[in-house]
Design a protein around this ligand. Structure first.
Ligand code: BMP
Length: 250
């Protein structure tokens, strides 16, 4: 018989990082493994989207630097209120990729002050183990493999990147398009039920693929939700599809 994936409850025993624990608890409570990627360019759109999809998600993924009108008081304070109201975490997809000292500055300084509000951040591991030391007060999701056509994250890169992710105490998960060890939570972007690509190198798979083939823990959906006519309904559709696919993979 085929080996089955382990459940969120079992992962709670395996993944002891506090942010991993929180995400798993929210997933179980909301019966959701959906992360919506809020790739919108104004604060108004960001907050409106968060309000609509908030009840259905475990985390909202941001690219905070694409906002044309970022303002800490007007963007972050209401966003944090919505995160508290609907019980989801804030995941800043910064994909840090520099030496530790520079990342430390990018993380805590500049206009975005990510360290003040993000619960988890994404980081490349290209600069090596020590470069991740600066992310002390958040959880780190390491970029192990990418979804885009022609990515350089081949199997030997992924293997080395995964070793760093497994051994670094700040890292509790990875972004990848392949299976990773159970001790890490797997986040899978490149999910869309209507399209197979975007004409700009993005490659899409279905929630079923992500759970059955990759044994993922969380699916990340951007345009499939925020570009749809009814983002709330789409979020619910992806939430249900993701949860069904998870249950079927058990
Ligand atoms: P969409 O579903 O609209 O294609 O958006 C995918 C999101 O996930 C984007 O915010 C992108 O930056 C992110 N992402 C990805 O698509 N592939 C990766 O390998 C890693 C990512 O973070």
């Amino acid at each position: 018989k085929e080996e089955k994936r382990i459940s969120y409850e079992q992962k709670l025993d395996l993944c002891d990082h506090s942010v991993a624990q929180k995400l798993l608890e929210i997933a179980i409570e909301k019966k959701s493994n959906l992360i919506v990627s809020a790739d919108v360019t104004t604060t108004q759109e960001l907050l409106a989207l968060a309000e609509k999809v908030g009840p259905h998600i475990v985390a909202l993924k941001t690219h905070i630097d694409i906002l044309i009108d970022f303002n800490s008081d007007q963007t972050i304070l209401p966003l944090k209120d919505l995160a508290a109201k609907y019980n989801f975490l804030l995941m800043e997809d910064r994909k840090f990729a520099d030496i530790g000292n520079t990342q430390e500055l990018q993380f805590a300084y500049g206009m975005y002050k990510i360290s003040n509000w993000a619960d988890l951040v994404t980081a490349q591991v290209i600069a090596g183990y020590d470069s991740l030391d600066c992310f002390r007060n958040v959880g780190v999701v390491a970029i192990l493999g990418m979804s885009s056509k022609g990515t350089l994250t081949d199997s030997s890169y992924r293997e080395e990147a995964t070793k760093i992710a497994l051994s670094h105490p700040n890292v509790f998960g990875g972004v990848a398009q392949n299976k990773i060890p159970n001790e890490l939570l797997l986040f899978t972007p490149g999910i869309n039920m209507a399209d197979s690509g975007d004409g700009k190198g993005q490659q899409y798979n279905t929630p079923e693929h992500a759970f059955t083939q990759l044994e993922t823990d969380f699916i990340i959906v951007g345009r499939g939700v925020y570009k749809s006519d009814d983002p709330e309904k789409s979020a619910l559709t992806y939430k249900i599809a993701g949860w069904n696919a998870y249950e079927q993979s058990l």
